[in-house]
Design a protein around this ligand. Structure first.
Ligand code: FAD
Ligand code: FES
Length: 257
């Protein structure tokens, strides 16, 4: 189904912890057609500033409700965090291609989900779809207090392992280092990852050296959000591709870093 532009009431918009927020709105149209890895483009207020919509991954759907989680970083997400239940938001979605999880694995083995920071956002929705496969979820963050969504992944029966840069929880180091360790002891079938660019680059290299398919959800600065302005292009073996329309999910082996 093509993306819809809707004006909808905020059901809830609350702080989770630290700078992390949870937003829920109602849209049967978006909820019914959303796939993990797709995103919505949100006009955070009715003012001229900020003019551009902000892209946020679909974190989950329940009935007609759509959930997103976001980190307050700059003026767009700051303005979004000020919005209250009952107020209206202008949203376009679902956008982008999403993860190709039904045909992702070429061989039998574990589905491994690797999240860096806010990268958990689309991966929880994906874990829900992969529930029966009991995926292994590796979550990395700078410190323990910045790790989110572990109860939700556990509730889906996923196995979870943590990595923190300061060693305050789980493996002391990068989540991609933890991935390398896990691959030595686990028969993996496919890797799905979302997080900061350097983390995705490392995940792509690790997947390639293990001859595993990898699907990576990229973040890019966006303007139009529909493939028209070329503001979000990345270089692939097939030429330039837009993150908003051709992505945000790309095969690790297709990207040129
Ligand atoms: C497909 C897609 C899905 C996304 N999903 C989520 C999500 O689920 N949750 C979430 O918190 N964020 C997500 N992001 C990132 C989010 O869109 C940006 O953090 C947000 O637009 C920042 O807006 P701002 O006005 O608050 O910050 P700005 O004032 O625009 O920038 C503040 C800081 O954030 C950095 N930044 C801004 N935009 C991006 C971006 N797109 N990627 C990386 N760094 C950026 C800037 O370089 C700057 O350092 C997603 C991005 C994309 C492209
Ligand atoms: S934001 Fe315009 S092409 Fe992607």
């Amino acid at each position: 189904m093509p993306a819809a532009q809707i004006k909808t009431k905020i059901i809830t918009n609350r702080r989770l912890k630290a700078n992390y927020w949870h937003l829920e709105f109602e849209s049967g149209l978006i909820a019914r057609s959303a796939r993990p890895g797709q995103f919505v483009n949100i006009r955070v207020n009715d003012l001229l500033e900020p003019l551009l919509r902000r892209p946020l991954s679909i974190h989950g759907v329940k009935g007609a409700r759509v959930k997103v989680i976001y980190e307050v970083l700059g003026k767009g997400t700051q303005a979004l965090s000020q919005r209250k239940s009952g107020e209206f938001l202008d949203i376009i979605g679902p956008l982008g291609n999403g993860f190709d999880y039904p045909s992702a694995a070429k061989s039998k083995g574990k589905y491994i989900l690797v999240a860096g920071g806010m990268g958990v956002a689309p991966l929880l929705f994906l874990a829900e779809k992969l529930k029966t496969l009991k995926p292994l979820v590796l979550i990395g963050a700078r410190a323990k207090e910045l790790i989110i969504c572990t109860p939700e992944f556990k509730a889906l029966g996923a196995e979870i392992k943590l990595a923190t840069d300061d060693g305050s929880a789980g493996f002391n180091g990068r989540v991609t280092q933890l991935l390398e360790i896990e691959l030595k002891q686990t028969r993996a079938a496919v890797i799905f990852a979302c997080g900061p660019h350097p983390m995705l680059k490392a995940a792509a290299q690790i997947a390639a050296s293990s001859q595993l398919p990898a699907q990576l959800s990229l973040e890019a600065h966006m303007a139009c959000g529909i493939g028209a302005c070329l503001g979000c292009v990345v270089s692939t073996k097939d030429g330039y591709k837009s993150v908003c329309k051709d992505g945000p999910v790309f095969s690790g082996q297709d990207l040129i870093w």
